[in-house]
Design a binder for this molecule. Structure first.
Ligand code: FE2
Length: 443
């Protein structure tokens, strides 16, 4: 009884926080009847060791989170609190959602107890679309007996597909959030105010993925906020995101990119997104110790993966989306540079990577050769700016986190006209830590 009472209070507090964020940001577009229903709507909770499913978990357990945006498709992901199916209604007019994305795979529509993931396809670049999610509980009694619940509709949201035909390109970066809900609340409020085209979430979303509920809390409703219903989130993996017994299921809340070229299909965590004059490139530095480290017990093969990403990066840099962009920013979790000659390059059995030497050696020269203006990194939990040099053509900006009493940062950039400006804000102190202007590169 005591547990139920505490959870009721916790849920009521969570709900107030969720609504507070929506009201504060003007983003009050998401209505999830299951989430906002009566006092008995309790969420499931997670612990470090496992999860406890609560009997009255709401049917719709998170706002939709847009991910993997390309010029022709986008993934819509949301959490459910009980077995459910769903689909997405969409169209080019808010009051005329005349298309349906069913998300079928080999003829089967989605059915899952915690995550629904639907890709909207056949979109056009630089075009605004409207959508809403539809969720139905679905109880299998046995193979031929089931109960499909009434549809639950979200509010109508909109998004714009990527593309070069735009005069301004913007992004925001958060990183190393480690499921600190107080930090996530502050960060999502800041993201809503910035309203950037894309939010890059630069790794270490969690300490480890040990169960599905952690993914719901830490990824799909961080700080109980609707943070990517209209401005897509671009996930860049951190070392901690590869840890935990559930870490091989992360494509449920964090879908992989579907690269059409056969040679790119193995790189589902890498991306290129073009927004106006700016190209954003996502790279994956993987774990922070050598593959042979006993901590991985033979489960890690990141070294060949970093090597293979060198060729992926070269193809990305030569692709039309990047080759024609006057401004290019690359993102990876572990820094590619350290000014400390004794820094751990992730190739020692002692300690952990302070920068990723293998990735730096393989990717760094390519980024310089192609005039990439900046590499934005994370992992060190402290802000640092390293300007470009004659040998290294890109400036490295490292974000902080995750403790509010230390240095939580939001990095945000805007490319327009002759310059791209990147700003680092301390969310902890409410101050600006730095601001730099980058001229166009030669293309
Ligand atoms: Fe990290």
């Amino acid at each position: 009884m005591k547990l139920a009472s505490n959870l009721s209070e916790q849920t009521a507090t969570s709900r107030r926080r969720f609504l507070g964020v929506l009201a504060a940001t003007g983003a009050g577009l998401f209505t999830a009847p299951g989430l906002l229903a009566g006092e008995k709507s309790l969420r499931s909770i997670s612990t470090d060791d496992g999860e406890e499913a609560l009997p009255t978990a709401p049917l719709v357990d998170s706002p939709p989170v847009l991910q993997c945006p390309t010029e022709t498709d986008i993934a819509v992901v949301w959490a459910v609190g009980k077995p459910a199916t769903g689909f997405v209604e969409w169209g080019t007019k808010k009051d005329q959602l005349d298309q349906v994305a069913y998300g079928e795979i080999f003829g089967q529509n989605p059915y899952n107890e915690r995550f629904l993931q639907i890709r909207i396809r056949n979109l056009k670049p630089n075009t605004r679309y409207f959508y809403r999610t539809v969720t139905c509980s679905f109880d299998f009694v046995h193979t031929y007996a089931f109960k499909r619940g009434e549809p639950v509709y979200s509010d109508v949201f909109s998004f714009e597909t990527p593309g070069a035909k735009k005069t301004t390109g913007t992004f925001s970066v958060i990183n190393d959030t480690h499921n600190h809900q107080d930090t996530l609340k502050r960060l999502t409020e800041r993201l809503a105010l910035l309203g950037s085209d894309y939010t890059v979430w630069n790794g270490d979303l969690v300490d480890g993925f040990n169960n599905a509920n952690t993914a719901v809390e830490a990824v799909l409703r961080p700080g109980n906020a609707a943070f990517a219903t209209e401005k897509p989130m671009l996930f860049v993996p951190g070392n901690h995101d590869y840890r935990g017994v559930w870490a091989r299921n992360t494509s449920l809340p964090l879908p992989a990119w579907e690269h059409p070229a056969p040679e790119n299909r193995a790189f589902g965590r890498n991306f290129v997104v073009r927004t106006g004059p700016l190209a954003l490139i996502g790279l994956d530095t993987g774990e922070d110790k050598p593959d042979i480290h006993p901590a991985w017990a033979g489960l890690a093969r990141f070294e060949p993966y970093r090597t293979a990403q060198r060729d992926w990066l070269e193809r990305a840099l030569l692709s039309p989306a990047v080759a024609t962009a006057p401004f290019v920013v690359a993102f990876c979790h572990i820094p590619l540079f350290s000014d400390d000659p004794k820094a751990n390059g992730g190739d020692s059995l002692e300690g952990y990577a302070e920068f990723q030497r293998q990735a730096a050696d393989l990717w760094g020269p390519l980024l310089s050769k192609h005039g990439v203006q900046s590499v934005i990194t994370a992992h060190m939990h402290r802000f640092k700016y390293d300007p470009a040099t004659s040998k290294r053509g890109w400036a490295q900006i490292c974000g902080g986190g995750p403790n509010l009493d230390r240095e939580v940062t939001v990095i945000h950039g805007k490319a327009e006209g002759k310059f791209m400006e990147i700003v680092v804000d301390s969310v902890s102190k409410g101050t600006e830590l730095g601001r730099w202007k980058f001229p166009k590169r030669a293309i």
